[in-house]
Design a protein around this ligand. Structure first.
Ligand code: PMP
Length: 387
């Protein structure tokens, strides 16, 4: 059988990892400034995480939700405490797309309306409803396109117009767009959006799958703007590599909870991984660390790099050049042995390191990038010569 492998594969085979370091099969060491797409929050193979997961699987890894599973409640309580949402209810599932799917379904069920507003450049996942709210026609099949979604820019008048034009159940927004290239709506826009949703009875869904779990330097990126969405979705960093997703739901939607369900969601092993992540985030003060180290990296890049724009919050950083970053990314990976991310904007380098990287690792990245940037001159000249 052939393996499904349509992704553009990087020809590197990591076989071991610890903290922000990966090793390939030849023993070559790599610095991880991508975190496997923002999934690695507390660092690879963190000893506390390894111990918790090992102990859990040795005791009980899974039983269906037809029995009592106290570790689910432990996870919900800890997440409520650390995130500032102790009054919300946590529905556990297995991925970011599944979390968004359930959030959209809940909003529609609760309001009885069927239209959704999403934003230009958005990415919410590849399941039917989530992909319909994703602004990338290449991954939307005709069946998915049947969901009513309007894509609008970060413009409150455009949002309100869309709300008045059809029966809207939800607005779904990434408080910081990830796949789109670390694009930030302003705090004022997010505040205005929350007010519009309240005024028109529309559910505000914050997709924190990539920006959440401390990455932005607050537990959730929307908290920089001081808003409180009715529904918040999480995944990626929640399990540090173990598949787990969650929907945080305001008590006002209690009547609609019966709609939600999934076989694997909330299994013992996933909850143990999820609890270990939260314990490490708290014990090692990683949210504040992400804010501090991210500010340092962005300040250094703004002062010394040739990037035209450096944007982001905490350890979710986009470095935008006025040329495609492919050559720089390849050289970082293959010559300097540093993993970094790209984005749907080909000029943006995306940085999503584990939240516990240290300053020396940040400096290693900054020095490697500085050594490569003269490539800009060569690329610019090449373009000029071709013209
Ligand atoms: N929402 C956002 C903001 C994401 O970045 C992603 C993944 N890139 C998803 C949802 C989908 O998550 P998953 O791949 O776990 O379904």
């Amino acid at each position: 059988m052939n393996l499904f492998d349509v992704y553009p594969l990087v020809n590197i085979t990591p076989v071991r990892a610890l903290g922000a370091t990966l090793w390939d099969e030849n023993g070559q060491q790599y610095l991880d400034f991508y975190g496997g797409h923002a999934v690695i929050s507390i660092g690879h193979s963190h000893p506390h995480y390894v111990q918790r997961v090992q102990e859990q699987v040795a005791n009980i890894g899974f039983y269906s939700n037809s029995v009592k599973i106290p570790i689910q409640q432990e996870l919900a309580a800890k997440l409520g405490e650390l995130s500032g949402y102790p009054d919300y209810t946590l529905f556990l599932c297995n991925s970011g797309a599944e979390a968004n799917e359930n959030a959209l379904k809940l909003a529609s069920f609760h309001t009885g309306k069927n239209h959704v507003i999403a934003f230009k450049g958005a990415f919410h996942g590849r399941t039917s409803g989530a992909v319909a709210a994703t602004d990338n026609p290449k991954i939307v099949a005709p069946f998915n396109a049947g969901h009513g979604v309007s894509f609008v820019p970060y413009d409150l008048a455009a949002v309100e117009q869309a709300m008045l034009a059809q029966p809207v159940c939800a607005v779904i927004i990434e408080p910081i767009q990830g796949v789109g290239g670390v694009v930030l709506p302003t705090d004022e826009f997010l505040q205005g959006l929350a007010a519009l949703c309240a005024q028109h009875g529309v559910v505000l869904i914050a997709d924190e799958v990539q920006s959440g779990y401390g990455r932005s330097g607050e537990f959730f990126a929307h908290q920089h703007a001081g808003i409180r969405p009715g529904i918040i979705t999480v995944a990626k960093g929640m399990g540090n590599g173990f598949p787990i997703g969650g929907v945080l739901i305001s008590p006002k939607f209690k009547a609609s909870y019966g709609l939600l369900g999934t076989t694997f969601g909330g299994n013992h092993l996933a909850c143990a991984a999820g609890l270990a992540v939260l314990e490490v985030l708290e014990q090692e003060n990683l949210v504040a660390h992400a804010a501090e180290l991210g500010a340092y990296i962005m300040q250094e890049l703004r002062a010394h790099s040739q990037a035209t724009v450096v944007r982001g919050r905490g350890l979710m950083i986009g470095v935008k050049y006025d040329f495609p970053i492919k050559e720089i990314r390849d050289k970082l990976m293959f010559e300097h042995h540093i993993f970094v991310g790209n984005a749907s904007d080909p000029n943006v380098l995306r940085l999503l390191p584990p939240l516990n990287i240290i300053k020396a690792e940040a400096d290693r990245f900054l020095q490697a990038l500085a050594a490569l940037e003269p490539a800009k001159v060569a690329v610019d000249n090449a373009v000029v010569e071709q013209d």
